[in-house]
Design a protein around this ligand. Sequence first.
Ligand code: ZN
Length: 214
Amino acid sequence: MTELLYQTDSYLRSFNATVSGIDEDNHAIILDRTAFYPGGGGQPCDTGTLTIDEAMYSVRKTRKAGTDVFHILDGDDPFPSPGTLVQGQIDWEHRYQLMRTHTAMHILCGVIFRNYGASVTGGDMDPLQGRMDFEFETMQKELVNEIEKAINQAAEQNLPVRVAILPRDEAFKIPDLIRTKINLLPEGIQQVRVVEIVGLDLQADGGTHVLNTS
Ligand SMILES: [Zn+2]
């Protein structure tokens, strides 16, 4: 099981960890803890490096496998053995762009839900650009301009972004979370991570975000 350091500190760029397993078929290293975001909820995974003694390994992809995070390596370098200490470094430019984009997308869906009552039906995220789908009866240029204005207002208001990890029962009592389909969470998940743009948006969410809307 990999401890997910990014869930409590999205600004963590480097970290120390211990190799807890190897998956040779997937060319992957499993660590006891990681700051690498393994992808999910629309946010692409992190890349970066792992340094072991003097050797630097390139992490070209990360992904979740059960409760482990796979750090998928480049090349045919020999694997370190379990128990080895590593230093991880994420590609911060890539990640920070995704944190900004991800948070901007929360502003978008928060504004649209607040002002028009429309929920998200789909989306896509890349560094510095994203797409979200909503169902509107009609969509005209005036409406788009109105939405854009409201989003820019929310950005300028410098609203704080807060993260909390709540017991499942408590999370289910928050009426706003129902629209994010929290009830689809598997039974086994007893804690729910909640991301809030104060006064605007509240989501059950495992991704990484910036600290405020500005
Ligand atoms: Zn999010």
